[in-house]
Structures are given as structure tokens and as C-alpha cells.
Design a protein around this ligand. Sequence first.
Ligand code: NDP
Length: 270
Amino acid sequence: MKKIALVTGASSGIGKETAKLLVEKGFTVYGAARRVEKMAELKDVGVKLIAMDVTDDASMVKGVTEILQTEERIDILVNNAGYGSYGALEDVPISEARYQFEVNIFGLARLTQLVLPTMRKQHSGKIINVSSIGGIIGEPHGAWYHATKFAVEGLSDSLRMELKEFGIDVVVIQPGAILTEWNSIARENLVKVSGNTDYKILADKHIKMLAYADKRGSQPVVVARTIVKAATAKRPKTRYATGGGAKIILFMRKILSDKMFDRMMLSMMK
Ligand code: NDP
């Protein structure tokens, strides 16, 4: 029997590569995003497209209902949709901070709610949450983004224990710097929000660092391969750090004190 997967954020970057690889591995794949036109190449390789905004409850209900009516099961949910709302905490309007949480955490949680009754009935399934190394470390001007990714980590740890008795795995993916649209969106937000405020001096340095990282990261397929590994593993690990210096940065975070790690991060913003 073919396994059924839903991948959010499939119109770009990590989600797009993941949808393609899962099809290659024999899954029936549904790719979801707002920009359906950006998923045309996925349709060509057999991915089924769903228009979905993870901040719009009705569109999530509609998408999942369509999958369940057609397939009568769901095996893998890859909660990948997300973006970086960058800017100094003081400069980011609370409405934008709320929106950041809507996309990066409430969308993920709502979709999880929608697939769980079916996964529990099957007594199988995997919830794969794309967090970030930013779910373990912080950086200046990233307070809201990191708050959402720390939330993904905590939510996933709780959910994993809740779902153990139902035979459902919860997996966290922690990418490092990956060459996708993410970086330019985060940079544009930072320029717009704090490029001209009292935070400008450090913000300019951070923008330069992000631009540098945008040339040096890993290709999104590296993360996609890790997601597929987790999706196909009989006993997946709870966390996978992958691509773009993820392992070394998490190692440094582990061995350095908070203040030493702060110094290291700030020294990278010259
Ligand atoms: P991209 O910007 O390339 O892709 C983001 C995807 O999320 C797009 O397909 C976009 O689709 C979707 N998305 C954004 N907002 C919404 C929304 N409201 N509703 C539905 N879909 C939405 O970035 P990545 O591929 O890099 O990002 C994927 C995940 O990986 C994110 O969660 C990100 O935080 C995480 N990550 C990325 C890293 C990186 O360096 N690139 C590092 C660590 C983690 P559309 O706009 O069409 O709706």
C-alpha cells in the first residue's frame, strides 16, 4: 500500500525538494502552499497540489478533508511552512509578532490536530516538524522567529510523549543555513523593520552576515534527504540536525556558556 504524505511550504526550498524526493521514494504526496503556481513543476512529477494558507483555518480543514476523502489515510505530515520575521524586538509590531506565531506554530499545531484522529485510528503515522538550529540558539533581531522555533521544539517534545501509546512518531528537523528564499525574506524584514532605527548599527552588520550565509549554506535537498530518512525510518530519531553548519553550531551551543556563545554570535556580525 502506498503511503500518503502531506508537505506544507511545498512551493519553495526545503518543502519543494522534500515533496519531490518523497514521490521518488514511492509516497503519494500532497504539496501545500499559498502560491500554487510555484508548484507547477511538482505537479509534473506527480505531486498533488493543495492551495493552503496555514493561517487560514478553513483552508487547512479543506485541504486535509480532501486528502482523507480521497486516500482514507495519512501517514506523514511534514510541517515545514515558515518564514523569518526579523527585526529588533522593540521595533516589530505585536500584530506582526502574532502573525509570525500563526504561521510558524499555530498552523503547524492546527494541521497536527486535523491529521491526528486518522493517525490514531491507524495506530501509525509521523509528524515531522521543521524547526531550526534557531530552535536551540538565539540571535539578535530574531527574537520572534526564535521564539516560534523554540516553541516548535517544546511542543514536539510534549506531543512525542502524548502520542507514544498511539504508535505515532514525532520528529524534529533542525536545519542550519540553507539556500532558499528564507534568507532574503528574513533580510528584507530586518532592513524594513530595524534598518533605520536605534538598532541600525548591529542590524546592518547582521544583514551583511545573512547575505554572506546566503552564499555559503547547503542546498535544500540536503534537508529533504534528512526528512525522507526520518519519514522512512522504522524507529526515527527524535531530532535530526542537518545542513549548513547545524551540527557544529549546536555543538558550540552545548559546550559554551551563554555569555561565551553570545560573544561568538556577535563576533560573527562585523
Ligand atoms: P522558503 O522561503 O524557500 O519556503 C517557505 C515555504 O513556506 C514556502 O513554500 C511558502 O509558501 C511557505 N509559507 C510561508 N508562509 C505560509 C503561509 N502563511 N501558509 C502556507 N505556506 C506558507 O524557506 P525554506 O524552505 O528555507 O523554509 C522551510 C522551513 O525551514 C521553514 O519553517 C524555515 O523556518 C525552516 N528553516 C529554514 C532555514 C534556512 O536557512 N533556509 C534554516 C532553518 C530552518 P507560500 O509563500 O507559497 O505559501
